[in-house]
Every structure is written in C-alpha cells, then in structure tokens.
Write a protein that binds this ligand. Structure first.
Ligand code: AMP
Length: 466
C-alpha cells in the first residue's frame, strides 16, 4: 500500500446558494495539486448530494452535475496518487451516514499511522471500502461516543499522527481542522454575496479565493478546529503544537505562485530563493533563463541579484493534455521539444544560466540541457532554487522512492556530469529557509535534510521495499 503518496487540495463553502459552482471553481484553481480525481459533496435539506469521478475537474463536472448538487454548503477535493491505488472508492470527499446524520470528509496530507489505525479498526470489525487513510477518520468518528461533532473531533484527531488539513461537512456545520504541525496549508476566507450577506470559504490555497472573489481572512491554525454554522465561526483547539513543521516544498514547488501559504507570498519566496541562489553560487554568463513555468520566479530573483539579463530562452506549450497523440517511432526524437522549445536565436553562442525549482530524478534537466546546447548555447550553468532532494516525503508530496532520487545516489560532480552542465549548484538549506522567511525551525524540510518531524510507523521500510 502506497497510501502516503497523495497530493491533494480541498475546498469548502458554507452559506451560499451557489455552493456547488463555487466549490467547482475553487477546485479548478487548485487543479495543480491533484489531477487524477475530483469530487464535490453538497448539503441539501440535511442530506448529502455527491458527484465524483476520475479525471480533471473540468472533465468530471458538467453544468448538469453542478445543478444537481443543490444546497448552500459544500466541500470538494482533487487528488493525485500513483497508480495502483486509483480506485473509485478512494475518491474524496468520502461520505457516510452516522448516528447523528450524514458526514462527508475531504483531506489533504498523509496520516502516517493510518495503517496502524486501520489494522486495529479492521480487527474490531470495521469494513473498509478503499485504501485511503481518510477512511480511518470516518471509522473513528463513527465509533466515538460524543454526540456533538466538535467534541467528537477533539477526541479523534489527537489519535492521528502526520499531516492533515481536513474539511468535514455535517448536517449542521462545516468543520475545518489542521494537524498540530501545520504541514499542509489551509486558509479561511469570506465572500460577500449579491444580497450583501457573507458566506465562508475554506481552501488549501488562497488562489482559490481570488477566482471566486473571496477575501482571505487567515490560516486555520495548527491544532485548530473551526466550526462554521449559520450563526458564524467558532474556534477550538484539539491539540497544542509542540513543534511546527510547515512544508517548505509548498513554497519551493507545490503551491501556485499567486497563493499566500503559511502567511507568505509564494511568488516572493521563490523570487528570494533565486536571489539567495545568485549570492551563494554566482557565475559569469550572458543571460539567465527559467525552466518554464516552475523556474520563473527564482530566475527573476537570480537575474535581479546578479544583474545578468533575464530572457525567456525556452518557450512552453501549455496545451499538452492527455489527448496528445504519441508520434510514430521515426519522429519520436521530438521528445521534450513537444513541451519545451528553446529559442535558438537567443541562445546561439551564449553563456546561459538555466534556473529550475528542484532536481528530483534528474531526467528532465538532462533533456533540457541537451535542448539548450542543441540550440547553440556555448556554456550551460544549471542552478537549482532548492537543496538536493535526498529523501521521500511521507506527509503528502509525491516524491519518488529514495533509489530514484538522483541526489541520494550521486555526488554533485556525478550529477553535473549526468545532466551534462558546465557547472551545477543547489541552494543551501539555510539559504532556502532564509528565503521563505519565518522561523527556520517551524518548517519541515525532511525531503532535503532527512529530519522527519514525526515517528514514521515503519513507512520508511515499506518505502524501501516498494
Ligand atoms: P526530474 O528531476 O526529472 O525528476 O524533474 C524535476 C522537476 O519536476 C522539477 O523541476 C519540478 O518542476 C518537478 N517536480 C518536483 N517535484 C515534483 C512533484 N512532487 N510532483 C511533480 N513534479 C515535481
């Protein structure tokens, strides 16, 4: 079971007659966090209506299905997971009918002790439908003796270890809760409707609010449970944070640059990462070019700090979808050019600094450098706006197993040779944490420094044998 590989986004709304359409738009804005499945559950006259499916948000929902999802409250979810666990039963939000009425859950992050909880629950007679860690939470809530949802969550959530930014939709309230480490983002906002009334929204990333004209109020705090009802918002805590572990990779790559994550602009963080990178590993060259789109903000920072001109040396085709028809073997050498086209008239005879956000397996960079050289670049200096990725993530980012991470197997010089760069440099861990602002000790950088902030309950061994 590879249940820790989920990448997801959540979206929730309370008190708006266009709940399903707004949830849809919120998911649409967060599509980058998961492309495999999508689902929305709304609350209509005390009952849940659901629509879920495999695929992109725009493909899963139609005008008809959104119109069918009546009600003034809803939660939604997009999910990516590696093949093998892409069952229909795993598509969130998960729903169940409990003693106190219907309950729907959508969750981002990975609960690292889910397999331990699941084993105990099955031994006690629970019947699971899928392989999803969120299903454990549903069973724990079903078993709990508390009548009201907030006290129930206060007794269930402390049993979970790991990362969870969670939405729960009940017959009378929308709950938003975040694990005490604060691994994954979760923000709350408000939206003024045409009649002047206010509705509340919750999302993984603030870019979802921009699209629907909602205003960001604040983050859901680590360890906090927020309950939204027709009477407004109430806040409670199920745990006091001993150690914060905000995922630094959200700022490096995962979040959209137009989002505010952990209170900071992702765009500004990335630009600063590029500035610090230029300070730490400057090199003389004619131009700085980004790997589009992930390397763009860092390249701007690198260019500003170094004074070397920024150019769009590689142009990306944005319309590559699943429908792309593979060319015949004879013309397959197109390769990465289908997506990325180097501008030979800019690059010819030039010393080029290529900036990207991260190096994972190394295969993309190898192809990009080959392209830039074929376009006539004289020198190619590769710069990464994050440190070497040396370990997998167990908290909700899909990193490959350790054996496939180039930096856990090769030295800097070996990687340089492998990708065929004239020089190669990564951002330091200190430099990255300086760039994201805030207290360095409040971040999780385990994929870079191997310091996992929680017990892993044997997942690390399952990872090795995977
Ligand atoms: P590669 O080194 O070939 O594995 O590709 C690295 C590139 O993939 C990076 O430059 C990122 O833009 C992107 N990337 C990094 N982490 C992830 C992830 N977890 N999921 C998808 N793409 C990623």
């Amino acid at each position: 079971m590879k249940a820790w590989h989920d990448e997801c986004a959540v979206m929730g709304i309370w008190g708006d007659k266009e709940a399903s359409h707004l949830t849809y738009l919120g998911l649409y804005a967060q599509q980058h966090r998961g492309q495999e499945s999508a689902g929305i559950v709304t609350l209509n006259q005390g009952l849940h209506l659901a629509h879920k499916g495999m695929g992109l948000v725009g493909d899963v929902f139609s005008e008809d299905s959104l119109n069918h999802l009546k009600g003034q409250a809803g939660i939604g979810h997009v999910r990516y997971s590696t093949t093998g666990e892409s069952f229909i039963t795993n598509i969130q939000p998960l729903t169940a009918r409990l003693l106190n009425g219907p309950l729907a859950i959508a969750h981002n992050g990975n609960i690292v002790n889910a397999h331990v909880l699941r084993r105990e629950l099955i031994r006690e007679g629970a019947i699971f439908q899928g392989t999803n860690d969120t299903e454990c939470v549903l069973h724990l809530l079903a078993k709990d003796k508390n009548n009201d949802l907030v006290p129930c969550l206060k007794s269930v959530l402390p049993q979970l270890e790991g990362a969870f930014s969670m939405l729960v939709l009940a017959h009378d309230q929308l709950i938003a809760a975040r694990d005490p480490y604060g691994f994954r983002p979760l923000v709350i906002g408000e939206r003024t409707m045409e009649d002047g009334k206010t509705s509340y929204v919750v999302a993984s990333e603030s870019c979802a609010f921009d699209l629907i004209g909602a205003k960001l109020i604040r983050e859901v705090e680590p360890g906090e449970i927020i309950s939204i009802t027709d009477q407004g918002i109430t806040s409670d805590y199920f745990a006091k944070s001993q150690r914060l572990a905000k995922c630094v990779f959200e700022h490096v790559y995962f979040s959209r640059p137009d989002s505010f994550v952990f209170g900071e602009s992702v765009y500004e963080s990335r630009r600063r990462m590029g500035e610090v990178l230029a300070e730490e590993s400057g090199v003389d060259a004619d131009m700085v070019i980004p790997v589009p789109d992930s390397g763009v903000p860092a390249s701007i920072g690198y260019s500003r700090k170094s004074g070397i001109p920024f150019e769009l040396g590689i142009i990306r085709n944005h319309y590559i979808g699943r429908t792309f028809i593979q060319p015949t073997q004879s013309i397959r050498s197109f390769g990465v050019k289908i997506k990325l086209n180097p501008q030979a008239h800019l690059l010819k005879g030039k010393r080029v600094i290529v900036v990207d956000d991260s190096l994972v397996r190394g295969t993309t960079s190898q192809k990009i450098i080959r392209l830039v050289r074929q376009a006539g670049a004289k020198e190619v200096h590769f710069r990464l706006a994050s440190p070497p990725t040396t370990g997998p993530c167990f908290y909700g980012v899909d990193t490959p197993k350790k054996a496939q991470l180039i930096a856990s197997n090769m030295s800097l010089e070996e990687i340089r040779k492998f990708i065929d760069a004239d020089s190669l440099a990564y951002l330091s861990i200190e430099g990255m944490l300086r760039a994201v602002k805030g207290e360095p000790k409040e971040y999780c950088a385990a994929c870079f420094d191997g310091k996992y902030p929680t017990d892993l309950f044997g997942l690390e061994d399952m990872e090795v044998s995977k």
